[in-house]
Ligand binder design. Structure first.
Ligand SMILES: Cc1cc2nc3c(=O)[nH]c(=O)nc-3n(C[C@H](O)[C@H](O)[C@H](O)COP(=O)(O)O)c2cc1C
Length: 221
């Protein structure tokens, strides 16, 4: 797939077909993604791939923790404690579009919560990824991680796969660590669902908006 086409074509997919992703395919995706740049070529990423019964156990573990009112234990704040404009409005529109596609009324808190819980089931994807970064590194390495994550998502498109990056999957690192040997002294940056998207699922049919280039580009000549 041509690179610009892959960038425009990648979306967050939240419903997947029951079709496995082979170990070989994932390794080909990561083989391409590993060429992401990083400051002084430090390559600060570690990836944990979960599938099958183990993935189910992690899902069940998080879901029961959440159902029991267990608190999140994320290693970092992804979002500010208080959103200001223009981010507040964009976030609201993003939610409206998502819930609209799912046929959920924005005032229906229970339905919204139920939809949110699908995050922990990896939206039905056969494969889940967890991305870790060494705590010995500084903020700059998080920039590198972002580039690596985008490379993974674009390389996935090149193999006919869809993805959804998920902070939700980084909210309960202690539960994840109860089931798998997570790398020591690392922060869990985010999770990712990966698989073959369900083209018929309404949730996969909407597209998010973007600012026009003129809104974020300043020429200084
Ligand atoms: C680091 C990161 C974390 C995200 N976390 C979640 C998440 O937990 N659940 C979810 O449904 N979407 C999540 N998203 C997807 C965003 O909502 C999505 O990227 C945004 O609305 C733009 O839509 P698009 O990806 O379809 O272009 C996340 C995206 C990023 C980059």
């Amino acid at each position: 797939m041509e690179v610009i086409a892959a960038m425009r074509d990648r979306i967050s997919v939240r419903a997947y077909l029951d079709k496995p992703v082979t170990r070989e395919t994932l390794e080909q995706v990561l083989e391409a993604a590993r060429w992401a740049p990083s400051g002084t070529n430090t390559q600060p990423w570690q990836v944990l791939a979960v599938t099958g019964v183990l993935k189910q156990r992690i899902s069940a573990g998080i879901l029961s923790h959440v159902a029991g009112g267990g608190p999140p234990s994320a290693h970092y704040d992804y979002y500010p404690h208080k959103f200001v404009e223009p981010y507040k409005g964009r976030r609201w529109r993003c939610g409206m579009q998502l819930y609209g596609a799912l046929g959920i009324n924005i005032d229906d808190k229970a339905a919204r919560q139920k939809a949110m819980l699908n995050n922990f089931d990896f939206f039905g994807a056969p494969l889940g990824l967890f991305f870790f970064i060494d705590r010995a590194m500084a903020r700059g390495s998080w920039v590198d991680m972002g580039m690596f994550l985008q490379n993974v998502m674009l390389a996935a498109r090149g193999h006919g796969l869809e993805t959804c990056p998920q902070f939700a999957l980084a909210m309960y690192p202690r539960i994840v660590a109860e089931h798998v040997a997570a790398p020591e002294n690392h922060d869990l940056v985010c999770g990712m669902s990966i698989g073959y998207g369900d083209p018929d699922a309404p949730v996969n049919r909407y597209r998010t908006e973007r600012m026009a280039v003129q809104e974020f580009l300043t020429w200084a000549e």
